[in-house]
Design a protein around this ligand. Structure first.
Ligand code: AG3
Length: 274
């Protein structure tokens, strides 16, 4: 039998996993944090009852958040990750040799602490010398940054609790200001089955600020519906017009140069949302 965990993804639908062990179950200053070992997906971080990452499928999300914008920019040097305290996006960012500095601004220091302890192959690069980790409010960090970043990645939770303001138009305006003149940003924008309006609204808001706005998807089995979306806002470089020679060799398990473009081919009902 064992113990089973269910994330209620909607009022009437959920995903259920067998739990072998609970390492941490704690109310932090910002959210409920659980770190568990699952039978099927390895160690897993849960925030406010929602699956954030698992050892088995984390590579999909982290590669797709990092490599799509980083290959779209011709020479990304200064990169910011908002949220993402597990360190997975940072690990992927560092695979790009042009990146001189990657700053992580995570509001909840406990996410960083427990990820280092229980998700070492995800969080390991947080100690890298090219990385600066700040335990701080990403919204405020953006509001006080001007013309500094080449690429910004928003690796947030869902638009409830501490991350709610990271889905508002004012935040995207701040991101635009924090980016350099040819900057690019990407945000995780949930799934088209249960949160279609979110995708529509974010896409509209971003396209009112950025001349190039694009939506792409990836398959993430432990997230609601498995079909995940990401929204890109770019001032100059189009992710669909990348010179082939820009793709340099990196070690990945999901991202490929072909997939970089294919990920923007949307199922009809998803394309109809934007
Ligand atoms: N951040 C996005 C997770 C959203 C999942 N939603 C859910 N389970 N309802 C992931 C953080 C990984 N670095």
């Amino acid at each position: 039998m064992g113990i089973w965990f269910t994330e209620k993804q909607t009022e009437n639908f959920g995903i259920t996993m067998k739990i072998n062990k609970t390492y941490v179950s704690e109310q932090t200053e910002f959210q409920k944090l659980d770190m568990v070992e699952t039978e099927e997906f390895g160690n897993m971080l849960i925030l406010d009852g929602m699956v954030m990452t698992t050892q088995k499928d984390e590579f999909v999300y982290h590669e797709m958040v990092a490599h799509v914008p980083l290959f779209t920019h011709p020479n990304p040097k200064n990169v910011l990750v908002v949220g993402g305290g597990d360190g997975g996006v940072i690990r992927e960012v560092l695979k790009h040799p042009s990146v001189e500095k990657a700053t992580l601004v995570e509001i909840d220091g406990k996410v960083i602490e427990y990820s280092k302890q229980y998700l070492p192959e995800i969080a390991g690069e947080l100690e890298n010398e090219r990385v600066e980790v700040k335990v701080d409010d990403g919204f405020m960090h953006i509001a006080t940054s001007e013309n500094v970043y080449d690429v910004i990645m928003v690796d947030s939770t869902e638009p409830v609790g501490p991350a709610a303001k990271l889905f508002e138009k004012g935040f995207y305006e701040g991101i635009s200001k924090a980016l350099k003149e040819d900057g690019i940003f990407v945000a995780q924008t949930d799934n088209p089955w249960f949160t279609p309006e979110l995708i529509t609204n974010v896409f509209r808001d971003v396209s009112e600020i950025f001349p190039i706005t694009r939506l792409y998807t990836a398959n993430i089995p432990t997230y609601p519906s498995g079909l995940w979306t990401f929204t890109i806002g770019s001032k100059k470089h189009d992710p669909l017009e990348i010179p082939a020679e820009r793709f340099h060799d990196i070690e990945t398990k999901y991202w490929t140069p072909e997939l970089h473009t294919a990920a923007f081919a949307l199922p009809k009902f998803v394309g109809d949302l934007i």
